[in-house]
Design a protein around this ligand. Structure first.
Ligand code: 6GU
Length: 246
């Protein structure tokens, strides 16, 4: 089954990178179908207004519910008999992790992203559509972006590359950081000496057992240094004693 992605945004041009590289190729191969919609197409006034001042006062503007309601009614009913999973990118959401990407890639065949701008979307839109479809609010991390579009690029890429056929070399999926709970080992290519820096000798030894052991060591060392939180989870997974080697 191909993965379908719909994106509702007031900046459709922000999603242009989805035409490029492996994701663009996946679309041309029919493995992925992406539909980007301009939210303003569901406005009815001359200025194509999507926002207004917040009730109760405060800074900034809030996205009005009517264009969202009409847009979601139409987009979410575009495939009769299929149910979309709605995704709202926002800094207040659950953390978007490799696990979440894997769950979405394996369980869902249709994602509809709602890109908010300004101070957010009128809360009643969430109430209305969370009652009709599964809905996740997802955050990339603890920092603030101007809107959901960049997050949609990241999430679509993370999910789509897990769809069978999108990445040619499936081995690179199992080796990479965050699969198996450790960061990746360092990699080297030719030349063997560059600016007096040598490629680690073990990699030139042809001894596949020693190479695998060295790479595992490097993953542990790197994870300990950069992401001690991940190393603790990994060691808990390996069972008591594994960290000490008994
Ligand atoms: Cl998903 N959206 C926005 N607007 N800001 C974010 C984010 C998402 N994740 C981190 N910051």
């Amino acid at each position: 089954m191909t993965l379908r992605v719909d994106v509702l945004t007031i900046f459709p041009d922000y999603l242009a990178p989805l035409d490029l590289s492996l994701i663009g190729r996946a679309r041309r191969l029919g493995l992925l179908e992406v539909h980007v919609h301009d939210l303003r197409d569901w406005t009815h006034d001359r200025h194509r207004t999507v926002d207004d001042t917040p009730y109760g006062g405060g800074a900034g503007m809030v996205m009005r519910p009517e264009p969202w309601g009409e847009a979601l009614d139409e987009v979410c009913e575009a495939l009769p008999g299929r149910t979309p999973h709605l995704v709202v990118p926002g800094p207040g959401g659950d953390r978007f992790t490799q696990r979440v990407a894997e769950d979405l890639a394996s369980r869902e065949d249709w994602l509809v992203f709602l890109c908010g701008r300004y101070e957010g979307i009128d809360e009643r839109v969430y109430e209305e559509f969370a009652g009709r479809y599964p809905l996740s609010v997802l955050s990339l991390g603890d920092y603030v972006l101007n809107g959901g579009e960049v997050a949609v690029l990241a999430m679509t890429e993370a999910v789509a590359r897990l769809v069978p056929g999108v990445i040619g070399n499936t081995e690179s999926l199992t080796e990479e950081s965050h699969t198996g709970g450790l960061l990746e080992y360092p990699v080297y290519t030719k030349p063997p000496v560059w600016r007096d820096r040598e490629v680690p000798g073990v990699l030139l030894s042809g001894d596949h057992g020693r190479i695998a052991a060295w790479r595992h060591e490097q993953r542990l060392e790197r994870t300990a240094r950069r992401r001690p939180d991940l190393l603790r989870d990994y060691q808990a997974q390996q069972g008591p004693g594994a960290a000490q080697g008994w």
